[in-house]
Design a protein around this ligand. Structure first.
Ligand SMILES: *Cc1c(COP(=O)(O)O)cnc(C)c1O
Length: 475
């Protein structure tokens, strides 16, 4: 096979290969191990020299699907609890395939009115879902990290303007460091965004009153009073070790009092707004200047999917628009060019899987799913408390239970090493997936059940396997 033009009449055939594999693969997810290391040698079959003569699409895709369905980490199944990772609802996955099928150049209205309109619609639906004001602007991004880049670039533009500089055009030279203040709950991606933006990741100042990272409002208040100019507050809604959140309303009050920019990281925590049981945690987000969230976590849309919302819609175009290229069309209320509102230029129709899943399950479906996950996490917390060899380390909040293995007779100073080895053993075993993290200086597990497939029996399995492997390590 040489020129792909030779396949123009059979272009659907490789898609049929994927579609045929989809049914049995998806049906296998509830029962198969999350990762089977015995399949890792298959990865060698991806390797080899660049072929001179190609295999043709069907053979190439058959090979890819054969390797992939065996050697992948089956993280879209119900028992992948490492980090904060979502799955992909049936509608979202099919919507994503549709995005590939249609292959829209989704940066400009001119190249795809479909993608632009779908993005406008899903941003409006998401604002409704999260209780954000309808007047907020927004843009879809590949991730929460890039949503931080969008929101904090808007903040940086506002801050530099306060110093009389148009940072989009002139850059940061000659300006002082931008003051960015947060609590100990801050996620590393905020530092990464500041690093990308040239603000420096280590300029971030954290104000914590305890080793769990809870915010010291008085100290932050005093620092804002002494900042001598505009400043940025980052509020954290849903921390990755315990699901804990900053008091958003109090931080919004501080921002208001000091004329600061309020940026909220709600990567998964913003979904607290979906249930009356947790909505109080998200209260105050509607007062933020910029808000970050992820689609590929609790929304259960395939990678890559994130969103940035901003109070002043023009703040994104000030930060990302007007590239000085005469051939690009001007912005317009109706015909929105989303590549002027975020860090990407060319981009895919990221709205389509979001549209499909919101259309399929609606506000009620998502509330039910979120509440199921709240129940599953609480159930996990209960199992941990009931187990004599497990120790719950924080109250269960949102979808996270933070605990460690602590069998009788093991001295405190050996627990970190034991839990680290147990984490390794769990990943090597592969039946359930959860690794370790560090919380208040301890090596801990902090599984986050937020996959749409996950039910109570999956976290029961996690506890059973953990205790079984733990007993083997200590026995
Ligand atoms: C996952 C996460 C991020 C980063 O999200 P990406 O989509 O991986 O870029 C930021 N903040 C919090 C609280 C997160 O859980």
């Amino acid at each position: 096979m040489t020129d792909p033009l030779d396949e123009r009449d059979i272009a659907g055939a490789p898609l049929a290969v994927v579609a045929r594999a989809a049914e049995p693969y998806l049906a296998s997810l509830p029962d198969r191990p999350v990762h089977d290391r015995a399949q890792d040698p298959l990865l060698d079959e991806l390797d080899g020299p660049l072929p001179d003569t190609g295999d043709g699409a069907v053979a190439a895709v058959e090979r890819l699907v054969r390797i992939g369905t065996r050697a992948a980490t089956h993280s879209s199944g119900p028992r992948f609890f490492h980090f904060v990772v979502g799955g992909s609802t049936p509608a979202a996955m099919a919507g994503d395939w549709a995005a590939s099928l249609l292959d829209q150049a989704a940066g400009l209205w001119l190249t795809s009115p479909l993608a632009a309109r779908a993005e406008t619609v899903v941003l409006r639906w998401l604002k409704e879902l999260f209780g954000l004001p309808p007047g907020f602007g927004g843009v879809l991004t590949p991730s929460a990290t890039l949503a931080h880049v969008a929101g904090l670039a808007a903040a940086r533009h506002w801050w530099a303007a306060g110093h009389g500089v148009d940072v989009a055009s002139q850059g940061l030279a000659g300006l002082p460091a931008m003051p960015v203040l947060t609590s100990g709950l801050v996620h590393v991606s905020t530092r990464k965004a500041l690093q990308i933006l040239g603000c420096g990741r280590d300029t971030l100042r954290t104000f914590a009153r305890d080793d769990a990272g809870r915010v010291d409002l008085e100290a932050m208040d005093a620092a804002l009073a002494g900042a001598g100019g505009p400043a940025v507050i980052v509020a954290n809604l849903g921390e990755v070790n315990t699901g804990d959140s900053d008091p958003i309303t109090e931080l919004a009050d501080l921002a208001e009092r000091h004329g600061a920019w309020l940026h909220v990281d709600g990567a998964f925590g913003l979904f607290a707004a979906l249930s009356p049981r947790t909505a109080h945690l998200a209260q105050g987000v509607e007062r933020a200047d910029s808000v970050t969230a992820d689609g590929h976590k609790w929304l259960n849309v395939p990678y890559e999917s994130g969103f940035s919302f901003v109070r002043d819609p023009a703040s994104l175009s000030r930060a990302f628009g007007a590239w000085g290229a005469a051939y690009l069309p001007d912005a317009d209320e109706e015909r929105i060019n989303y590549n002027m509102l975020g860090p990407e230029s060319s981009r895919r129709a990221r709205a389509l899987p979001i549209w499909a899943t919101l259309r399929a399950y609606g506000r009620d479906g998502y509330r039910e799913m979120v509440e199921r996950h709240l129940d599953v996490a609480a159930h996990l917390g209960g199992l941990v408390e009931a187990a004599p060899d497990l120790e719950l380390l924080a109250p269960v909040r949102l979808c996270i239970a933070c605990f460690r293995y602590r069998p009788e007779g093991v001295p405190e100073e050996r627990l970190d090493e034991l839990n680290a080895r147990l984490g390794e053993a769990l990943l090597a075993d592969g039946r359930v997936y959860a690794g370790t993290s560090t919380y208040r200086g301890m090596t801990v597990f902090r599984p986050a059940p937020l996959n749409w497939r996950t039910t109570k029996s999956d976290v029961e399995r996690l506890v059973d396997v953990l205790r079984e492997l733990g007993a083997r390590l200590t026995g």
